[in-house]
Ligand binder design. Structure first.
Ligand code: ATP
Length: 275
């Protein structure tokens, strides 16, 4: 029978994950009943209380973990192992201290096929690409410095460049700006906004910062306490392009406030609230 291709870029159908066999037997799931449909190029943010399963969700979305039940399609393909079409950045920039900024950014091209096979032959071209990306995020002049010569915000910019150098279709960000001061964080929101506007990769952003989620995302999902479920889906219909000024508007404040109410509800009860 001919099957219609999934119209979604990310398509989770009733996905459950228990971390091991014993937990599965005891019906102890880290995340449960996840149904998530994400359009091509959509920017989603996931917020929720600590330990609700946000990182577990990320592991499922990148194929680092296989679901105990349910089905995951990314870019029409069933996920069967770690995905090459994704780039990742975390709270800690984790740059290699013995490599310069540009060499850190080049790292995925040394590891991920098809780049890896051509790395020696195309090094110059790849390096040019890395330098252009670094320029774009405001790190021009720092390409040949070592990580310890950069501020925390600069290191995080480099780490985002490293996540994007192989032009992934999907960027996964787990609390990428969590360790930065408020001003630097907002600067990086704008950098991410600009990169996404230009390249339209899919983004899955995990954050504790509701303002960040509302400023950046098309859609915000709220997860409930463990076992993690998606209990609220909020479309952010603020016009784009969004400037930081928007964060001071009543409309923006109202959405943040509404999401805060949902988080408060799931923190207290862990129960579902009406989507
Ligand atoms: N390797 C593991 N083995 C068993 N249980 C795990 C493992 N990793 C996570 N868990 C459990 O799965 C649940 C979800 O954890 P997860 O790390 O996904 O939450 P989180 O929302 O990312 O937390 P935080 O916001 O604190 O980073 C928690 O109950 C956690 O104890």
């Amino acid at each position: 029978m001919h099957k219609e291709p999934s119209p979604w870029f990310v398509d989770f159908s009733d996905v459950w994950l228990a971390y091991n066999h014993e937990l599965l037997v005891e019906n102890q799931f880290a995340v449960e009943a996840i149904d998530l449909k994400v359009r091509q190029g959509e920017f989603i943010a996931i917020v929720g209380p600590s330990g609700c399963g946000k990182s577990t969700f990320m592991k499922l979305a990148t194929g680092l973990k296989m679901p105990s039940m349910g089905k995951i399609l990314i870019d029409q393909q069933p996920v069967t192992g770690p995905l090459k079409i994704s780039g990742m950045a975390f709270q800690a920039p984790s740059l290699l201290p013995w490599r310069t900024t540009v060499d850190n950014v080049l790292l995925p091209l040394e590891i991920v096929e098809p780049y890896r096979s051509h790395f020696k032959a195309k090094r110059k071209e790849y390096e040019e690409r890395a330098r252009q990306l670094l320029q774009k995020v405001g790190l021009g002049g720092y390409e040949d410095k070592f990580p310890w010569q950069l501020s925390g915000g600069m290191q995080q910019r480099a780490s985002i460049c490293r996540a994007l150098i192989h032009e992934p279709k999907m960027l996964l960000l787990d609390e990428p700006f969590g360790a930065l001061d408020a001003f630097t964080r907002e600067e990086l929101w704008c950098i991410l906004r600009d990169l996404w506007t230009e390249q339209k990769f899919n983004v899955i952003l995990v954050t504790h910062d509701l303002r960040e989620s509302v400023f950046l995302a098309d859609t915000v999902y709220v997860m409930s306490k463990s076992p993690g479920r998606f209990v609220v889906r909020r479309e952010i219909d603020l016009p784009r392009p969004r400037d930081l000024e928007i964060t001071y508007t009543q409309e923006f404040g109202d959405i943040v406030h509404e999401l805060r109410g949902h988080i408060g509800a799931v923190r207290q009860t862990g129960a579902s609230v009406v989507p």
